[in-house]
Design a protein around this ligand. Structure first.
Ligand code: DQA
Length: 147
């Protein structure tokens, strides 16, 4: 029997406020709702789920590094750090795990400063604009990448 594979789902700043944050953009879903959706998808795929959120860039870098030898793939919504963080870009490149980037909103329909993501060049795939469904789709994509 093989050990259960683990998917790390990382969430960046202000995503803890989902549900009350800009509902016209992000809807009414909470991060707890998204975690429950991810847990259901992961269970169906027989994957272990490690779901986290932080408002701190260095914490995201630490968690990405900690994934070495621990997780088999990373789903990341780095939120605003997607557009600014060379440190997160470098960390994802360093760990060399399958990565799927997720954004709830379609960043290309929004402000110009959201059109560039520093995560995208080190991601295997990018899902944006599909709301919370994007997370489940990202987990399914990672499952295929590591199958
Ligand atoms: C976001 C899009 C980012 O531009 C923004 O800073 C966020 C959330 C999204 O999920 O749509 O905080 O990553």
């Amino acid at each position: 029997m093989t050990a259960q594979r683990k998917i790390l789902v990382l969430n960046g700043p202000n995503l803890n406020l989902l549900g009350m944050r800009e509902p016209a953009v992000y809807g009414s879903v909470t991060l707890g709702d998204i975690e429950a959706e991810c847990a259901a998808v992961a269970e169906d795929l027989d994957l272990a789920l490690d779901f986290r959120q932080t408002n701190h860039e260095g914490q995201l870098v630490d968690w990405i590094q900690d994934a070495i030898g621990e997780a088999h793939g990373i789903v990341i919504n780095a939120a605003a750090y997607s557009h600014t963080s060379i440190a997160i870009h470098d960390a994802l490149k360093a760990v060399a795990l399958p990565v799927v980037e997720v954004h709830l909103s379609n960043i290309y329909k929004r402000d110009d400063f959201r059109h560039k993501s520093l995560v995208s060049p080190v991601a295997d795939g990018v899902i944006c604009g599909l709301g919370s469904d994007g997370y489940g789709l990202a987990i399914e994509a990672i499952a295929k990448l590591i199958a």
